[in-house]
Design a binder for this molecule. Structure first.
Ligand SMILES: *[C@@H]1O[C@H](CO)[C@@H](O)[C@H](O)[C@H]1NC(C)=O
Length: 226
């Protein structure tokens, strides 16, 4: 073997490993729906959601109702997961990270705003539009919708987030995190870390409640592991 090649390959292997690895974020990925949990061991429901995915939008009202119903016994974390075939999904997920940093109480209102305006940011609807115009419209939509909730600096701060490499990295980590858990679509659910492959946007309140309720019983009573 050529010596030069050998030396190169020794140096290349760790280099490749580093770039292919997932940077560790300062905190667990995702947005906690309600962090008022007083239970020491709430059931953890994780939902991988693409703000521009219609199935995610369909699933959301039920998932939200479940989180509200079980309150302290359940912690819901939404992980933003941009699907590549929704061309503006990365911007939408980035917007969620940006607003979460600016004012975390607006994270879920922004998610719902995307759900209500999916058509406006769809791949087919924006195919002739420049990315900067899409970003501009996201900023405008949020600024107008939350105008009575935010201070005057909101619009420029929100816009600046789209050129902040830190926010870009957080969004990439969300994506990579989903990949690391073999998420291949949205919505995708995990309960206490276990994938719930059956659960999809058609699941109703009863189906969810039947899954969660026995787990809460275990938390409160004796540990019965079948
Ligand atoms: C954050 O948003 C809430 C509304 O959800 C608002 O009442 C509050 O004033 C905002 N805080 C800041 C610092 O802008």
């Amino acid at each position: 073997m050529d010596m030069k090649f050998l030396i190169l390959s020794i140096f290349w292997v760790p280099f490749i490993r580093t770039t292919a690895g997932i940077p560790i974020p300062p905190r667990y990925d995702g947005f906690i729906f309600s962090d008022t949990s007083s239970s020491s061991s709430p059931v953890l429901l994780e939902a991988f959601i693409d703000p521009l995915c219609s199935d995610s939008a369909d699933a959301w009202p039920t998932v939200k109702r479940i989180a509200q119903h079980f309150q302290d016994d359940l912690m819901l974390i939404v992980h933003p997961f941009p699907l590549p075939y929704h061309h503006n999904a990365f911007f939408a997920c980035r917007a969620m990270h940006i607003i979460n940093k600016l004012n975390s109480t607006l994270t879920y209102p922004l998610l719902e705003l995307f759900f209500e305006n999916q058509d406006s940011f769809s791949t087919s609807g924006t195919i002739e539009e420049t990315p900067s115009s899409v970003i501009e419209r996201i900023v405008e939509l949020a600024t107008n919708s939350f105008s009575n909730l935010v201070s005057s600096g909101f619009e420029s701060d929100f816009k600046a987030g789209f050129s902040d490499p830190g926010m870009d990295m957080m969004t990439r980590i969300s994506f990579k995190f989903g990949c690391s858990r073999v998420v291949v679509g949205t919505p995708y659910f995990f309960v206490n870390g276990i994938p719930v492959y059956d659960a999809d946007s058609s699941w109703n309140f009863i189906q969810w409640a039947e899954l969660i309720e026995p787990l809460i019983g275990n938390n409160k009573g004796a540990h019965s592991i079948a």
